[in-house]
Every structure is written in C-alpha cells, then in structure tokens.
Design a protein around this ligand. Structure first.
Ligand code: ATR
Length: 276
C-alpha cells in the first residue's frame, strides 16, 4: 500500500518537489508516491479536501496558497503560527496540522551545507513578503547579532520586524528598514527573499552592505539573478536556494514519515538537472 502526497500550487507544473520526494522515498524505502496538484485560485480548500478524501496523507503547499493552508489547518506548529503560513499539511485521523519548513530548510542549508554559522553574525533579509515571514523565526532562533529586514515598501519591513521582535524578546537587534537606510552598514549574511529576481530586477541595495567574506543567498534557485551578480562584483560568496528547497522538503518528509533522508545526493542530482 503506497501513501499518497502531493504539492499543490498555481502554477505547479515547474515544481521539483515530486523529483525530490521520489528520491527520498527510494533512498529510505518508504512506500510513498508524490504528485503535482494544480488548483484554481478559488478552489484551494476544496482541492485539499478532495485529495484528503481520496486517501492523501499530506500535501506541500506553494505559491500562492501558503496563507490559506495556514488558515485551513485545524492546528498549527509554532513555526507556522509565527509565519502565519504553512507549506506542509499533515492529515491525521481527525486533524489537519499545518507546518512551515521553509525557515528550517534555509537555516540547515546555511549551516550544514554551506558551513555558514548564524550565531553572532549580522543578517540582512531583503523583502517582507511571505518568503521573508517564513524564514525569520528559524533565523532568530539561531541567535544572530542582528536581523535587519529591508523592503521596497519599508512599512512592511517595520511591521515584520515588530512582529518578530515581540516573538523573540531576547534577540539582540530586530529592525525593519528601507534599502537606503542600510547605507553605512555591513552584513555577514545577505538573504534575498524578494521576488525581484524572477523579473530580472533587484532591490536598490546600497554599495558596501556586504561585509568581508559575506555570504549572499538568493532564495530563488537555478537562475543567475541580478542580486547574485551584484554580490559577486562586491566580492561576496554566493549561493542560490536549491539547497533550501531540498532541505525544506526533507523536513516535510520527516514530519510525514519520521525519517530524515540524506539531502546531499539529492541536491547534487537536482543541480545536475538544472545544468541540462
Ligand atoms: P513572496 O511570497 O514570494 O514573498 P510576496 O509576498 O508577493 O511574495 O512578496 C514579494 C516581495 O518581493 C516583497 O517584499 C516585494 O516588495 P514590496 O513589499 O515593496 O512589494 C519584493 N519585491 C518584488 N519585486 C521587487 C522589486 N522589483 N524590487 C524590490 N523588491 C521587490
């Protein structure tokens, strides 16, 4: 008997999650099948319900449904509460439990795969949308010296920072800012959580924000974004979001199956498919 899972989104055709989870299932010998589930915008809740009624055991949720997945859940993990968004739903006998594995995925990629410690470092998150909300909790748990969120619409950055400062009263510095206000500051880890790169654009980051030996991380994967190009010019080390994608999937797999797959070969495999 195979347990069914799926990624639900709109669009969903491009999703690499089925490939990742097929590798995890093969590696662990778990009887899991994992497909793609397209949903019309209006029908998200009904699509989830139908999949569940047909015997589905859980779903990953991608753009633009993560907030609605959180709202739909009968119970949520602390990380999903913090982000007010869920990217993973676990169907139990009489509950739908919402989780958010994005931030854990990012932190694991930074610390385990890229060897980039967060504790005591100055972290800049660019963007204050859903992607930024998803990662700030786990970043703050890793105890950076500062977490500054910058956004084109600065009010949203301040709102995000205010929320997370209240959730983490012991954090050293949690602040929201406009990009121009970053002039004169340096950061050790600069994370692009905006969607600007998808349209070949980049936020107006002042020169000099990359500290010596800084890491520039773009949550978008498989794309030479203007942000990463600017980081290379500034002498920073760069990484895209492929590792985060695989690590957040591994955390979902763990929530569903209680087993941790080995992510390194899957990251390598995906990197290979992107080069084709
Ligand atoms: P996501 O769920 O991917 O975070 P979102 O909630 O729509 O998507 O948020 C997109 C983020 O990218 C926002 O922070 C947005 O800035 P605004 O809040 O000012 O709109 C940011 N963004 C998108 N395009 C951008 C661009 N060209 N320059 C700078 N920031 C951009």
């Amino acid at each position: 008997m195979t347990d069914r899972y799926a990624v639900i989104g709109n669009p969903v055709e491009h999703s690499r999650s089925p490939l990742i989870h097929a590798e995890f299932a093969r590696q662990t010998g778990q009887p899991v099948s994992y497909g793609k589930l397209y949903s019309e915008i209006a029908d998200f809740e009904a699509t989830v319900q139908r999949f569940r009624d047909e015997g589905g055991r859980g779903v990953n949720v991608t753009v633009p449904f993560k907030h609605r997945a959180y709202a739909l859940a009968s119970r949520s993990s602390r990380l999903a509460e913090e982000a007010r968004a869920a990217n993973t739903l676990v169907f139990d006998a009489d509950e739908t439990v919402g989780h958010n594995t994005d931030g854990v995925g990012l932190v694991r990629d930074l610390t385990d795969n890229l060897g980039c410690a967060i504790r005591g470092r100055r972290v800049l998150v660019m963007g204050a949308g859903g992607a930024a909300y998803g990662v700030c909790g786990p970043l703050l748990e890793a105890a950076p010296a500062a977490l500054v969120v910058a956004n084109r619409t600065p009010e949203k950055a301040v709102e995000l920072a205010t929320r997370f400062a209240a959730l983490f009263p012991d954090a050293s510095e949690v602040a929201g800012a406009a990009y121009a206000e970053l002039a004169g500051r340096e950061f050790d880890i600069v994370i692009n959580a905006t969607s600007a790169g998808l349209s070949g654009d980049m936020p107006a980051l002042p020169a000099g924000v990359f500290a010596r030996a800084a890491l520039a991380y773009d949550m978008v994967y498989g794309k030479a974004t203007p942000f990463l190009a600017a980081a290379v010019r500034a002498g920073a080390r760069t990484a895209d979001g492929l590792g985060m994608l695989v690590e957040q999937a591994a955390e979902s797999f763990y929530l569903w199956r209680g087993m941790r797959p080995d992510t390194a070969p899957v990251i390598e495999l995906l990197r290979g498919t992107l080069k084709c």
